[in-house]
Write a protein that binds this ligand. Structure first.
Ligand code: COA
Length: 392
């Protein structure tokens, strides 16, 4: 079984456009907040795993593993950059979790960052498309909104998912984001507004898309013994990582058996449920990778919260609302909280921690026991699923 692994500290910057902060300021702010949350001096931290997708293309900086350690004042310890496109943060969390679970390390930071707004949208679009298949997709002009638009069209064709149901994902997530002080967009929208917003890649409009965002997030993981010691001092509840699953799918969309079934999510979810010894029905809330509205619908189907083809329907029925059967993206999701690529998977873990600690304010779910995070790279080629609990 290995060691139990607990989250003992969390910290994130507000997500949004940070014109007065660079990559390093964002990292330091999130890192220090997490260290303060865990009431640590920093000396006890043994390693850093940092998720970041494309700092070279966004800000001209590579080798950010060393930059992170240097600027948070932990220059001597091992620091590793983890890259899996939009799943970089989730994968950094998994690497940190495995390091502690193996018994090799006791206190580890998992972080994530992306500074995206220093380049114009066309260059950001090219950088992001690096997560797809450059030879067979990017070279021919495909973009991420374009790839997800193909999935949306196919889902509508196969299952009768409606344009309005897609929009309802965005409406719900903006509603939740309006209650999250860390979110990029803290305002409500309507279905009509989504339908009438600027077309991006038919059928997706501006308000179906996650935005381009700057931000950083960090969590501190500790072994059972260490976590209990830290929690005694902070008085904060330890949130345990009950399981971690990861799986892959084809890089290019055209190589898949189905355009609207996410194989990696299904496999990573199965592994995570099995390790935690629970079923989808035991999950109290989920943070899923809604980079586009269709992505949330396919995620909740792949994770077993409903049958394939019913994601739009359960969204329309209100089952994924904060007070619904399976609350999804209480943080506002990528859509409203924002999507600073490398930080997203860690921010999902932070929302899970806040919910399980009972510190999620107006968007608090009633007495959750298990929370799930689902972080996707590219159009679904990498998926990392974690399950968190306050019940060990
Ligand atoms: N949702 C809501 N509002 C958005 C938005 C979004 N996704 N993106 C931009 N806006 C708003 C801006 O805040 C701005 O509002 P303002 O005029 O009131 O200040 C306005 O729309 C124009 O913003 P701008 O930055 O000029 O938009 P853009 O046209 O350059 O970019 C997208 C819009 C949708 C193309 C861009 O956000 C995008 O590419 N998103 C997808 C990112 C992505 O692919 N991520 C990886 C997923 S796998």
């Amino acid at each position: 079984m290995g060691n139990k692994v607990g989250i003992v500290g969390i910290g994130m910057t507000k997500f949004g456009e940070h014109w007065n902060k660079g990559l390093r300021e964002l990292i330091v702010e999130a890192g220090l907040k997490a260290v303060h949350d865990a009431n640590l001096t920093g000396e006890e931290i043994q390693a850093i795993y940092g998720g970041c997708m494309a700092p070279g293309l966004f800000v001209g900086q590579e080798h950010i593993s060393a930059l992170i350690a240097d600027h948070v004042g932990l220059g001597g310890i091992p620091s590793t950059r983890v890259e899996a496109a939009c799943a970089s943060g989730g994968l950094a969390l998994r690497q940190a979790y495995l390091a502690v679970r193996s018994g090799r390390l006791n206190v580890v930071v998992a972080g994530g960052v992306e500074k995206m707004t220093d380049v114009p949208t066309n260059l950001a679009t090219v950088a992001l498309m690096g997560a797809g298949d450059e030879e067979w997709e990017g070279f021919y002009g495909a973009t991420f909104p374009g790839l997800y638009a193909l999935m949306a069209r196919r889902h509508m064709y196969e299952f009768g998912t409606t344009r309005e149901q897609l929009a309802m994902v965005a409406v719900k997530n903006h509603h939740n984001g309006a209650m999250n002080p860390s979110a990029q967009f803290q305002y409500e929208i309507t279905v009509d507004k989504v339908l009438k917003s600027a077309p991006v890649a038919d059928p997706l409009t501006l308000l179906d898309c996650s935005p381009i965002t700057d931000g950083a997030a960090s969590v501190i993981l500790a072994s059972e013994e260490k976590a209990k010691k830290i929690a005694k001092e902070t008085g904060k509840e330890i949130i345990w990582i009950a399981s971690s699953g990861q799986a892959s799918d084809t890089l290019a969309l055209h190589d898949r058996d189905s355009l609207c079934k996410t194989k990696a999510a299904v496999l990573a979810g199965k592994e995570a449920y099995q390790q935690a010894g629970i079923k989808p029905g035991d999950i109290g809330f989920a943070e899923v990778h809604d980079c586009f509205t269709i992505a949330e619908i396919m995620a909740i189907e792949g994770l077993g919260f409903c049958n394939f083809g019913e994601g739009g329907k359960i969204t329309e029925n209100g089952e994924t609302a904060v007070n619904g059967r399976i609350p999804v993206n209480t943080s506002g999701g990528l859509k409203a909280k924002g999507h600073p690529i490398g930080a997203t998977g860690i921010a999902q873990a932070i929302e899970a921690t806040l919910q399980l600690r009972g510190e999620a304010g107006g968007r608090q779910v009633k007495n959750p026991k298990y929370g799930l995070t689902h972080n996707v790279g590219g159009s679904g080629a990498t998926c990392v699923v974690h399950i968190f609990t306050n019940e060990y």
